[in-house]
Design a protein around this ligand. Structure first.
Ligand SMILES: [Zn+2]
Length: 196
């Protein structure tokens, strides 16, 4: 599976693939006020190291040598919880709170730097990668998302599904978190209501 596309567990125990379409929205899948995964996935720095290796950031360049301090992890989790609120507001056409805008802007000042590996001539993120840089990457992504793609931030159209994504489809008509879950359920529902 492509980095940044995540396998999630459905309530009926089945797994489905979900592409959140943006790094800061991918971060929401690790826990927070709307617990998609029901549990906190980022309990310790090692959890973040593992999680980040499969993230959208890995599409751009390799992430070697990630070093996260516990305080940085706490800040990232707080940022994520704030982003749940900010992204949901955007998805519903609302105005993001001033306090949240300031939080995003303040977090965006530190970023990952790309570099060339001298041996392989391929791109990688300059190591060591810190928790502060990962937070910065999420904040920069949030600036792009809210500043340029607010109209494409969506909440899944199914009742009771709170998954948020950036619709990157060309026609801009993505409605579901995943065709394999909510898309199919909706099709079955429509079919049944037509039949009845
Ligand atoms: Zn859904």
């Amino acid at each position: 599976m492509q980095a940044g596309v995540r396998l999630l567990d459905s309530d009926d125990g089945r797994r489905f693939d979900f592409d959140p379409g943006s790094f800061c929205l991918e971060l929401l899948l690790t826990g927070g006020p709307v617990l998609v995964q029901r549990t906190e996935l980022l309990r310790g720095p090692g959890d973040l190291t593992e999680w980040i290796a499969e993230s959208r950031l890995a599409r751009v360049a390799a992430l070697d040598d990630v070093r996260v301090r516990p305080s940085e992890l706490r800040e990232l989790r707080d940022f994520r919880d704030m982003m749940w609120s900010a992204a949901r507001t955007v998805a519903h056409g609302g105005t993001v709170e001033r306090e949240h805008i300031d939080w995003i802007n303040d977090s965006a000042t530190v970023d990952l730097s790309p570099e060339l590996d001298a041996e392989t001539r391929t791109r990688r993120w300059a190591a060591p990668i810190t928790g502060e840089q990962i937070l910065g990457a999420a904040a920069r992504d949030a600036i792009e998302l809210i500043g340029e793609h607010a109209g494409r931030v969506r909440e899944c159209g199914a009742d009771g599904c709170a998954l948020l994504f950036r619709d990157t489809s060309r026609p801009g008509n993505r409605r579901w978190c995943s065709m394999r879950r909510c898309g199919n359920r909706s099709k079955v529902k429509t079919y049944r209501s037509r039949r009845d």
